[in-house]
Design a protein around this ligand. Structure first.
Ligand SMILES: Cc1ncc(COP(=O)(O)O)c(C=O)c1O
Length: 446
């Protein structure tokens, strides 16, 4: 009997009944039940009581191996001793202070030492804020206003970047040289779209043409080397290298948004490409689980932010607790840690892809390092190389069926098809995940 969406929905509703009740109760006080749309997991979110190591424990009494880990933040898992101790020690010294503290300098220094392209950094409370900060620096530095971004690229929820991260295929248009920038939300003034040029991931020809056409107006090109929120798409090294050459030639700043992918290697995912951006945006892991965002780059560009004329100060920017937790996190992320994390990713990819090919099931796992994507393609042999491939090649309902069912069976990916690995995951955890995935996929195609 084939496992259907309706069946997995029923399993989910029965398994996470208490979460459903809590979601209903929450909806009385919180529009949509929770503050993050990204938890749009089938009928309702799963509420968690406790999280420890690689697992979350839900209010329904289920223990789930957590491949979400706060959308890739919690790379060390939960209740990491060193991070918790750093937070406690810092709390005891006082932590919401109007003056700067040693922790901010220390974290900034660590980041500068780890990432080749970064000589100076500025902290924010979230990566969304950091994205806007990076754009302000780029605009101030170049004296130009426009930004080129990838269709399917996500750079936070603030107005400047909130275009075409998850666009509606029917409205985006087919002409890659004139993709219509679609606001991610109501409430974004339509004229903001005038400053946005949309590029297509891994399409050098069209991207270069558009950058050249708009060269006089472009402050920056911003890209995720591997996109996350819009669906996992890894950029080809040749594409990134060419964009670097063209932007350098035209005096346009190149910005890598490494909010997620800074977790790939000690030098960020950019170290694998061996390409230096002018600015790097980050957040998530570098705050060790406490809200933090960052923009870093060459001293020449970053020093624009030292001028009084360039304002982007916030009450909680560079929060002491976040800096302390970030330091404790980065200290543990040494070469061996990355090797372990990325090795688990390689294993999942290799074993599941080999199996699916043998079984002739169009299920693929892709992505790099400790952040993977998966998709049910419409035909065997298809791959995800641009955001648009998700519209044309991937079966959305099968993704939902799988996400609901695997949660019922004890594993928590991000519902849109993303797996983030954490250091406390064991080899047995990975084996269990691979075998459960095979079982479910087999049932879906039986
Ligand atoms: C690449 C990227 N940039 C920016 C952001 C925004 O980060 P935050 O949610 O911390 O504001 C995210 C969040 O998922 C992201 O993945």
């Amino acid at each position: 009997m084939t496992l259907t969406y309706e069946e997995s929905l029923e399993h989910y509703l029965n398994t996470f009944k208490k979460s459903g009740e809590m979601s209903l109760r929450a909806s009385k006080y919180i529009p949509g039940s929770y503050s993050r749309r990204s938890f749009n997991y089938g009928p309702h979110a799963i509420y968690v009581d406790k999280a420890e190591g690689a697992y979350v424990y839900t209010v329904d009494g289920k223990k789930l191996l957590d491949f979400n880990n706060n959308f890739t933040v919690s790379i060390l898992g939960y209740q990491n001793k060193e991070v918790d101790q750093a937070i406690i020690d810092t709390m005891k010294k006082g932590y919401s202070i109007g003056n700067p503290t040693e922790e901010e300098i220390e974290l900034a220094k660590m980041i500068c030492e780890r990432i080749d392209s970064i000589e100076k950094v500025k902290f924010f409370c979230s990566a969304s804020e950091a994205c806007v900060g990076a754009l302000r620096i780029a605009r101030a530095y170049t004296g130009r206003d426009k930004v080129a971004k990838m269709e399917g690229g996500y750079h936070g929820f603030l107005d400047d970047f909130s275009f075409s991260a998850h666009p509606d295929a029917a409205k985006a248009g087919d002409d890659l040289e004139h993709i219509v920038p679609l606001p991610e939300s109501e409430g974004i003034p339509a004229n903001r779209a005038e400053d946005v040029i949309l590029l297509t991931q891994n399409n050098i020809e069209v991207s270069e043409k558009l950058i050249r056409e708009h060269a006089d107006e472009l402050a920056c090109v911003v890209m995720e080397l591997q996109s996350g929120s819009g669906g996992i798409v890894t950029l080809d090294p040749e594409f990134v290298k060419r964009i670097r050459e063209v932007t350098r030639e035209l005096g346009i700043l190149l910005i890598f948004d490494e909010t997620i992918m800074i977790r790939a290697y000690k030098g960020g995912f950019q170290s694998k490409y061996n390409v230096k951006p002018d600015l790097t945006i980050s957040g998530k892991t570098i705050g060790g689980g406490i809200p933090l965002g960052m923009v870093g780059g060459s001293a020449e560009v970053m020093d624009v932010a030292a001028r009084n004329e360039v304002q982007m100060s916030g009450t909680h920017h560079g929060h002491r607790l976040a800096c302390a937790a970030g330091i404790a996190t980065l200290k543990q992320l040494d070469d061996a840690a990355y090797e372990r994390l990325n090795g688990m990713g390689d294993r999942i990819k290799k074993e599941l892809n080999t199996w699916a090919l043998k079984e002739k099931i169009p299920f693929i796992v892709f992505g790099e390092s400790s952040v993977l994507g998966y998709a049910f393609t419409r035909e065997m042999g298809q791959r995800i190389h641009t955001h648009r491939d998700y519209w044309t090649k991937s079966d959305g309902q099968k993704m939902q069926t799988f996400a609901l069912e695997i949660a019922v069976r004890g594993f928590l990916p991000v519902h849109r098809g993303q797996l983030g690995l954490t250091l406390p995951m064991s080899d047995q955890d990975i084996t269990d995940f691979i075998e459960t995935t095979k079982d479910i996929v087999k049932e879906m195609y039986s």
